[in-house]
Design a protein around this ligand. Structure first.
Ligand code: IPM
Ligand code: MG
Length: 359
């Protein structure tokens, strides 16, 4: 099984090293994993002038799965947009057709106090955000800057993006979400802004229509502003949430905080062939890079999702997830989830603890 490893920028290389450590330990039990590393993001720009070099893209295309760290650094913020590190992850998503982004937000019992919400509001939390990942205002054309052709500010400089979704794009993400709900508590909340946006009235109509094929799943609809509120008010009412690219970006960061730290949230981005890219939901955090204080658990849990979804090794995925739980139960905490009485550990120590807990 060929795994393309793209560490990227900031804390990317540190957290990826820990996930690879865990995977190598799993491999010792008789699994044939090959790791091929390639530069991506700012690191790739610095090395070769492009955030997503052709060789990196080809490696990702041909791999059985891609393990991705994070991209982005302020020092690249003044580059033209197509050269910025973020274009690497957007380009990988688009080129590999990774339309289905699964972002589970699970609260480990040991971290109930690390959440900024009261323990009773979040304890037992287990929700799944299904974010559409290759459409919406992120990729819609046209976009750009121009002189406003009309309106109250005609003649003035303006910028614009285009929010759009086609029927097949909505249908396929709806199917992924309904199927995910069938494997869980059979409740699906579709998040939209149908009260204002044409795109999301269309979204809502199509999700409702697809829902008729899944009579065992209870579907409801929620406006995104209300969903943002309900996520902090009563998050346990959700089971699976399905939404568009931009709303999903925002709500998944919000959901991560329920679990104590964005450093705990893994993700899988899948295409129609079941190929996937696995990355922590958090960013590159250049402010703490190189200090050995980043939390590697989101990346380690992303490696577990990779074993489950792309490499079809669900038992090994379970094994990693319970090893993470054991490390937390031993009281080990990176600074982002540290609490009084717990033992503060480095990025590498947390990775070692997970490896040890694999047994
Ligand atoms: C995410 C990130 C990306 C996004 C950025 C880095 C382009 O925030 O994966 O959530 O907006 O999708
Ligand atoms: Mg985001």
């Amino acid at each position: 099984m060929n795994i393309a490893v793209l560490p990227g920028d900031g804390i990317g290389p540190e957290i990826i090293a820990e996930a690879v450590k865990v995977l190598r330990r799993i491999a010792q039990d008789g699994f044939d994993f090959t790791f091929e590393f390639a530069p991506v993001g700012g690191a790739a720009y610095a090395a070769s002038g492009h955030p997503l070099p052709e060789a990196t893209l080809n490696l990702a295309r041909s791999a059985d799965a891609v393990l991705f760290g994070a991209v982005g650094d302020w020092k690249y913020d003044t580059l033209e947009r197509h050269l910025r590190p973020e274009q690497a992850i957007l380009g990988l998503r688009k080129n590999l057709g990774l339309f289905a982004n699964l972002r589970p937000a699970v609260l480990y019992a040991e971290l109930a106090d690390a959440s900024s919400l009261k323990p009773e509001v979040v304890s037992g939390l287990d929700i799944l955000i299904v974010r559409e990942l290759t459409g919406d205002i992120y990729f819609g054309q046209p976009r750009g800057r121009r002189t406003a052709p009309d309106g109250a500010f005609a003649g003035q400089p303006e910028a614009f993006d285009t929010m759009r979704y086609s029927r097949p794009e909505i249908e396929r993400i709806a199917h992924v979400a309904f199927k995910a709900a069938q494997g869980r508590n059979k409740r699906l909340t579709s998040v939209d802004k149908a009260n204002v946006l044409e795109t999301f009235q269309f979204w809502k109509d199509i999700v409702t229509e697809i829902g008729q094929q899944y009579p065992d799943v209870q579907l409801d609809h929620m406006y995104v502003d209300n969903a943002a509120m309900q996520l902090v008010k009563a998050p346990k009412k959700f089971d699976v949430i399905v939404t568009g690219n931009m709303f999903g970006d925002i709500l998944s960061d919000e959901a991560s905080m329920l679990t104590g730290s964005i450093g705990m949230l893994p993700s899988a981005s899948l295409n129609e062939k079941g190929q996937g890219l696995y990355e922590p939901s958090h960013g590159s955090a250049p402010d703490i890079a190189g200090q050995g204080i980043a939390n590697p658990l989101a990346t380690i849990l992303s490696a577990a999702m990779m074993l489950r979804h792309s490499l079809k090794l669900p038992q090994q995925a379970d094994r990693i997830e319970s090893a993470v739980q054991k490390a937390l139960a031993q009281g080990l905490r990176t600074p982002d989830i540290h609490a009084p009485g717990m033992q503060k550990v480095s990025t590498a120590q947390m990775g070692d603890a997970v490896v040890a807990a694999l047994g």
